[in-house]
Design a protein around this ligand. Structure first.
Ligand SMILES: NC(=O)c1ccc[n+]([C@@H]2O[C@H](COP(=O)([O-])OP(=O)(O)OC[C@H]3O[C@@H](n4cnc5c(N)ncnc54)[C@H](OP(=O)(O)O)[C@@H]3O)[C@@H](O)[C@H]2O)c1
Length: 252
């Protein structure tokens, strides 16, 4: 029998209806974890992912929760505990990437930038706060960042990059706060992936962006999910307050 490293664990993957979130939910389920996914709009896609996960023999549910609403985190975490019995692993994956204009561009939509902060940063923080109260000793918190959180290599991405840099700082502090309970808190900084978020960018990328990667291609979602599963697993119990780049050397 294959040893499943996460059998008996319950994981919440935010934004599990598409892209990296779906790949992460599947990879965690492959290791035996029961899974909750959240989504904001893609009800049918979320239901399809739940079906895929259940077909693997684990429990799976989907919960609609807008990460841009500061009041949504508590009920999200509470529903996971009520429906799946507990929460062992929080994966903060949901985010938006509204980029393209420099901060002095009169056309920049500052209200959208503020909403991006609400989703990518304040929503992640609210999830961590709510999860911290219910996670057992040895629990795991993994947030998905971006290579842009470390290295802003081109203009037009200030707010997005900063939302991702902020969760690195918060995760380091949370690692200190929760270390006494052996709860680990880490960030996986993804490189470019060919998901909806990056839709259409592949052929339009300025050559300098791809040239600034040591490995000059997009990441697969499975490559990034593998790092998240590792941090969720028993082999990563002494890794906390860390940032793991899965970005093809973009930050090298
Ligand atoms: N793609 C890249 O090149 C890239 C590069 C570096 C880092 N990342 C990071 O990787 C993570 C996953 O990105 P992805 O490419 O898989 O994105 P994606 O394909 O656009 O999927 C985004 C997911 O987040 C959910 N979401 C968006 N806004 C939400 C909100 N307000 N409340 C709750 N859920 C919300 C979406 O739910 P709905 O389906 O319901 O809309 C969807 O499940 C993100 O943290 C992103 O910043 C991506």
């Amino acid at each position: 029998m294959v040893n499943k490293t996460l059998a008996g664990k319950v994981a919440l993957v935010t934004g599990g209806s598409r892209g990296l979130g779906t790949a992460t939910a599947i990879a965690l389920a492959d290791q035996g974890a029961d899974i909750a996914i959240s989504y904001v709009a893609s009800e049918e896609k979320a239901a399809a992912v739940v079906g895929q996960l259940q077909a693997k023999g684990v429990q799976a549910i989907a919960i609609k929760a807008d990460q841009g609403d500061p009041c949504a985190s508590e009920p999200l975490i509470r529903q996971v505990v009520e429906k799946l019995g507990k929460l062992d692993i929080l994966v903060n994956n949901a985010a938006v990437a509204w980029q393209g204009k420099t901060i002095d561009d009169p056309e920049i939509d500052n209200a959208a930038m503020d909403r991006q902060w609400a989703i990518n940063t304040m929503g992640v923080i609210a999830n961590i706060r709510a999860a911290a109260r219910v996670l057992p000793d040895g629990g795991r918190i993994i947030s998905v960042g971006s290579g842009l959180g470390t290295r802003v290599a081109f203009p037009g991405t200030t707010d997005y990059a900063a939302t991702k840099a902020a969760i690195v700082g918060y995760s380091k502090g949370a690692a200190r706060d929760l270390g006494a309970r052996n709860i680990t808190v880490n960030v996986v900084q993804a490189g470019m992936m060919d998901t909806d978020m990056a839709a259409g960018s592949k052929d339009k990328l300025p050559p300098i962006i791809m040239a600034s990667h040591a490995i000059q291609r997009y990441a697969t979602v499975e490559e990034v999910a593998a790092a998240i599963v590792f941090l969720a697993g028993p082999g990563a119990g002494f890794i906390t307050g860390s940032v793991i780049d899965v970005s093809g050397g973009f930050t090298a």
